[in-house]
Design a protein around this ligand. Structure first.
Ligand SMILES: [Zn+2]
Length: 98
């Protein structure tokens, strides 16, 4: 049996990663941008690694703004930050004790 892993590009580091390792941000028809923890919300999606660094990069380069061609509110970044912080990364880089 072959399992196909869906890959998506992180807007921060621009690397292709398995979808489940990324946080999905959605822009729906109403033009609302929000974090989509289920990955099932309708709309255009953009993905960021579950990494503060990638989020920072995405903010700095306005990658999300460009992905959706619209301004992203501060609250979106806040909830992104929260979901990244709240999800224990399946880190294989070791360390990371707060
Ligand atoms: Zn990344």
């Amino acid at each position: 049996m072959q399992k196909k892993i869906p890959m998506r590009m992180c807007v921060g580091c621009r690397e292709m990663k398995p979808k489940r390792e990324l946080v999905r941000v959605v822009c729906n028809k109403e033009g609302e941008v929000f974090v989509d923890p289920t990955g099932k919300a309708n709309g255009r999606g953009a993905y960021v690694c579950r990494s503060g660094d990638c989020l920072k990069k995405a903010v700095k380069t306005r990658a999300l703004e460009r992905a959706f061609s619209m301004k992203i509110g501060e609250d979106v970044f806040e909830s992104l930050n929260a979901s990244i912080a709240g999800i224990p990364a399946e880190a294989d880089e070791g360390g990371g004790e707060a």
